[in-house]
Design a protein around this ligand. Structure first.
Ligand SMILES: [Zn+2]
Length: 92
């Protein structure tokens, strides 16, 4: 019996295509972190970050503030540079 495996990486595809913006230095992103209910996309290589809004993803519901702070501190998130992301999908 043939099995058409469903696309389980839809979210990764969406973020990889720049739906939420991409690092202006390299055109990539390493995903997002949540601070409270705010979400930031980041590029670890260039230590850049850009805000994408609040309450977009449900993951923050499962993270405690302590866990969020640990993630941010491990990444050095609070020292990242806030940048204007690029949106390749909006190219005219
Ligand atoms: Zn980058």
């Amino acid at each position: 019996m043939k099995d058409d495996s469903p696309d389980l990486e839809q979210e990764a595809v969406v973020t990889g295509e720049g739906y939420f913006g991409l690092c202006p230095e390299c055109g990539k992103t390493d995903g997002y972190v949540s601070v409270g209910c705010d979400h930031w996309f980041i590029c670890e290589a260039h230590r850049t970050r850009w805000p994408i809004g609040a309450n977009l993803f449900s993951s923050y519901l499962y993270e405690t503030e302590e866990e969020q702070r640990q993630i941010c501190e491990r990444l050095g998130f609070f020292e990242f540079r806030e940048v204007e992301p690029i949106y390749p999908s909006k190219k005219s």
